[in-house]
Ligand binder design. Structure first.
Ligand code: GAR
Length: 223
């Protein structure tokens, strides 16, 4: 049966587009896309794919708690099994996170635990890092701190700018996030006792490696 999925966005929605292009409707049914910004381009992407959209503007609420309660009510009306944060640029309350415990995924543009928060590409460049990337993780109360599921890695080049680096990392996100989501949808990935587990086994703290996982998948296909 198809996994009812709600996707939350704030902006361009290129990750949303990757889900639309990659996930088979028999596996994942994207039942709604919700944005906290009316001008998010991702809303157009969803509409073009025939997915219902809703806007809940955080500026219409006095505080974080009341916004998150209203957001949860919108989400719950769609009875999703999985909630995906795809560039949803809001800090979530503990109550919201607890409500979706074990079925709330996020993508963050850094090799967590490095560079939680904003400006991750610039910070990786300023630190002189050799590589950078993105992490898909289960969301817990700790900002960008929940158990990692999978990471993509990109080398940092001598002439990289924050923009050029962001572009290359973003391209990997579009492979990384649908793949990680599919592991959840197929039932192989679960949050158990605070650990991200694949087939019942705890994943290493920094998550699976996307490149390694893709190589293994190709190997299995050729078996
Ligand atoms: C992505 O790069 C994602 O990693 C980042 O926002 C971008 C959204 O792009 N998320 C965060 O920074 C969350 N802390 P998109 O709207 O084109 O998918």
């Amino acid at each position: 049966m198809s996994c009812r999925t709600v996707i939350l966005i704030s902006g361009s929605g290129s990750n949303l587009q990757a889900f639309i292009d990659t996930l088979h409707p028999q596996q994942a049914d994207i039942v709604a896309v919700i944005s906290n910004r009316a001008d998010a381009y991702g809303l157009e992407r969803a509409a073009q794919a025939g997915i219902p959209t809703q806007v809940l503007d955080h500026r219409d609420f006095p505080d974080r708690a009341s916004y998150d309660l209203a957001l949860a009510a919108l989400i719950d009306a769609h009875t999703p099994e999985l909630v995906i944060l795809a560039g949803f640029m809001r800090i979530l309350t503990a109550g919201f996170v607890a409500r979706y415990h074990g079925r709330l995924l996020n993508i963050h543009p850094s090799l967590l635990p490095k560079y939680t928060g904003l400006h991750t590409h610039r910070r990786a460049l300023e630190a002189g890092d050799q590589e950078h990337g993105a992490t898909v993780h289960f969301v817990t109360e700790e900002l960008d701190g929940g158990p990692a599921i999978m990471q993509s890695h990109v080398p940092i080049l001598a002439d990289d700018t924050p923009e050029s680096l962001a572009e290359r990392v973003r391209a990997t996100e579009h492979r990384l996030y649908p793949l990680a989501a599919m592991l959840y949808i197929s039932g192989r990935l679960r949050l158990m006792d605070g650990h991200a587990c694949l087939d019942g086994n705890a994943i290493a703290p920094c998550g699976l490696r996307l490149d390694q996982f893709e190589t293994d998948m190709r190997g299995h296909r050729n078996d």
